[in-house]
Design a binder for this molecule. Structure first.
Ligand code: PAF
Length: 270
């Protein structure tokens, strides 16, 4: 309803879909939406359809009061916080699956995850009717899938991907970082450190993707508390693995630090 009024008034809508528990990564998306668009809409919905049974849905951090205040200070005009039954009433039956792209990297490790993401984002887009939607580069595969979905389903929405926001010591900001103990927090730095070394190796002329992956693996394995889920070098459009780093290549990784699964990535473009 609100979106219809805004459209009638020819107001542009910038949209930041989130699962809440804000950090500076979310705030940078909200600030950018506010800066470039007439109205900045932020949604908070912890979407059960993108969690599998053994994942952290129940303990996923939530603090609506804190989020409301942070969103307001960052410039959000509208905060949309639907209930579970608003989004998935009894008898809900429709899903969106971006074939291929959703089955690799995090999709391989978390089957059904991106079907849940694509479904909820489609619903949120239908409700909010944004002109531009903002996502973070930390979830690189998610952004690539959403872009493909928007293109395939002829959604008239621009997808903007903003750089990963990092802590001072390089750890990519994530709501899940709060699960880390002090020791794990230190171990978690290996993700970014390994990616920086990979960037430097490519800058110095290394083009062999297997060597780059082995190097990253070596750095992460130095931390006894770290368990690699995957490390891959893939084409940024198809997400197909590459042997040589010649065009734009996404190096993405997921690593368990203790019980917490963290992701990070970099785009290499020699
Ligand atoms: O990136 C997230 O926080 C979620 O995957 C999203 C896009 C809000 C969908 O639930």
């Amino acid at each position: 309803m609100l979106s219809k009024i805004l459209k009638k008034e020819a107001k542009t809508i910038g949209f930041v879909p989130t699962m809440g528990y804000f950090h500076d990564g979310h705030l940078s998306l909200i600030k950018t939406a506010k800066q470039h668009m007439d109205v900045a809409v932020v949604s908070i919905f912890v979407n059960p359809k993108q969690f599998s049974h053994n994942e952290d849905l129940d303990k996923y951090p939530r603090d609506l009061k804190r989020d409301e205040e942070m969103a307001r200070l960052a410039g959000a005009d509208v905060l949309f916080h639907p209930s579970l039954s608003d989004m998935y009433p009894d008898g809900y039956a429709t899903y969106v699956n971006v074939e291929g792209l959703a089955d690799t990297l995090c999709g391989g490790a978390r089957p059904g995850h991106f079907k849940g993401v694509a479904t909820v984002v489609t619903k949120l887009f239908g409700i909010v009717k944004p002109d531009i939607a903002y996502f973070g580069q930390k979830d690189a595969q998610q952004s690539i899938i959403i872009k493909k979905m928007v293109q395939d389903l002829n959604m008239d929405i621009d997808i903007k991907v903003l750089p990963t926001v990092r802590e001072k010591d390089g750890l990519a900001m994530s709501s899940r970082n709060m699960y880390l103990s002090e020791k794990e927090r230190k171990d978690a730095l290996c993700l970014n450190q390994a990616l920086i070394k990979a960037e430097a190796a490519v800058k110095s002329g290394e083009r062999d993707a297997v060597k780059i992956i082995k190097m990253i693996e070596g750095i992460i394995k130095e931390r006894p508390g770290a368990k690699i889920d995957y490390i891959e070098a893939v084409d940024t459009k198809t997400l197909n693995p590459v042997d040589r780093i010649v065009g734009e290549t996404l190096v993405a990784l997921a690593v368990f630090i203790g019980n917490t699964r963290l992701i990070d990535n970099t785009i290499l473009n020699p």
